[in-house]
Design a protein around this ligand. Structure first.
Ligand SMILES: Cc1cc2nc3c(=O)[nH]c(=O)nc-3n(C[C@H](O)[C@H](O)[C@H](O)COP(=O)(O)O)c2cc1C
Length: 355
């Protein structure tokens, strides 16, 4: 049924549907369920220490022998200067007071590192079928080691220039991530001047620019979106938001509530919580924070994590994308089956089946 099977052959999967890696939301159970059902399950591992990463890989291996994708961040690690640190504490002082908490003490330490030797060592001990990267790629030697161990490499691009950059450095397939996407934008070549391109404009231009198969991501949550992506030249789709509230995902009560509000729930891109642009549920606080220059990713968590913990309602940070209301319900396997059968209907000229 699939008009393009390059990704299925490359990744040894039945359906070119990738359940997106979502750090803090995906679990080994979710990824394994999707892989067992014929898609590519992914686990967002960027925030895991080496011990948990090793444990999660073991859990995945117990649950499935099918290909699975493990995902990491390749951000530049930057410090914050003391003057910026003081400005942030001043700007957030009214919020610490309103939440009834003391400001965080000391200069920030990164809550997790960029992909490096520690994660590489764990992966090389038990190489996943697929490794994917957000915010660029690991350094050349690490990438070569992963490829030599048999891993296929995927990475996100938000512009044609980023897609070419990734293709030139050895990515096996490129994820075209549109502005609609939930979660962090993978933008990495010019974060300050984010081009903010929607998937309909971005996808065909990346398809024309690189030889590798292109995977469409952003705002796809039913068969119509999948069929549209293939019509625009995609060889596969990566879907995050439509899996957030699956039974196998980590508990996300605020997400469920936001998704239930459907089209009325508005999202915005904000740097307020991590320091990098991410699409999340729109709140008055995120709107206010456009006035504040955030700390470099991921140091901003140091300043706002205490607020999120003290008052999760006011300082809610629920990452999800613009098509949340279209998501099917049920378990991850049911959602994947629904997405595949709905795409099949649309490919064969029948109307999309809502729900
Ligand atoms: C809650 C959430 C967390 C995410 N975390 C990651 C991540 O850890 N790594 C990554 O490469 N992409 C991450 N993404 C982005 C997805 O890979 C993908 O680009 C996006 O979900 C596609 O748009 P959609 O949410 O509209 O389907 C995340 C997305 C969401 C919604």
């Amino acid at each position: 049924m699939w008009p393009d099977t390059r990704l299925c052959r490359m990744l040894d999967i039945s359906h070119p549907v990738i359940q997106a890696p979502m750090a803090g939301t995906t679990t080994p159970a979710l990824a394994a369920t999707v892989s067992e059902a014929g898609g590519l399950g992914s686990h967002g591992c960027a925030t895991l220490g080496p011990g948990t990463l090793r444990d999660d890989i073991k859990q995945l291996a117990r649950r499935t022998a099918r290909p699975v994708n493990l995902n990491f961040f390749c951000h530049d690690e930057r410090a914050i200067d003391p003057a910026h640190h003081r400005r942030l504490l001043d700007a957030l002082a009214p919020h610490y007071a309103a939440a009834g908490i003391a400001p965080p003490t000391g200069m920030p330490e990164p809550p997790f590192p960029a992909f490096g030797p520690a994660q590489l060592e764990v992966l090389l001990a038990q190489p996943p079928a697929v490794a994917s990267f957000h915010f660029g790629l690991p350094e050349a030697a690490a990438l070569a080691a992963l490829k030599a161990a048999g891993c296929r490499i995927l990475a996100s691009a938000t512009t044609v220039a980023e897609a070419r950059w990734l293709a030139d450095r050895g990515a096996d397939a490129i994820i075209a991530q549109g502005w609609e996407s939930g979660g962090h934008r993978g933008v990495f070549l010019d974060v300050a001047q984010d081009a903010r391109i929607g998937l309909f404009a971005l996808l065909p231009q990346i398809v024309d620019a690189v030889e590798q198969p292109v995977i469409a991501a952003g705002g796809i949550a039913d068969g119509r979106g999948i069929a549209a992506a293939f019509a625009l030249g995609a060889a596969g789709v990566q879907i995050g938001t439509a899996f957030i509230t699956a039974d196998e995902a980590g508990p996300k009560p605020l997400h469920a509530e936001a998704v239930r509000h459907g089209a009325d729930a508005s999202t915005r891109i904000s740097r307020a919580v991590s320091g990098r642009p991410a699409r999340a549920h729109r709140t008055a606080w995120l709107d206010d924070m456009t006035q504040v220059e955030p700390a470099p990713f991921p140091l901003m968590y140091h300043y706002v994590a205490p607020l999120l913990a003290a008052d999760p309602e006011t300082y809610r940070f629920a990452l999800y994308g613009q098509a949340a209301a279209l998501a099917p319900g049920g378990t991850a396997a049911e959602r994947l089956a629904r997405l595949v059968s709905d795409a099949e209907r649309v490919f064969s000229g029948q109307s999309h089946a809502p729900g």
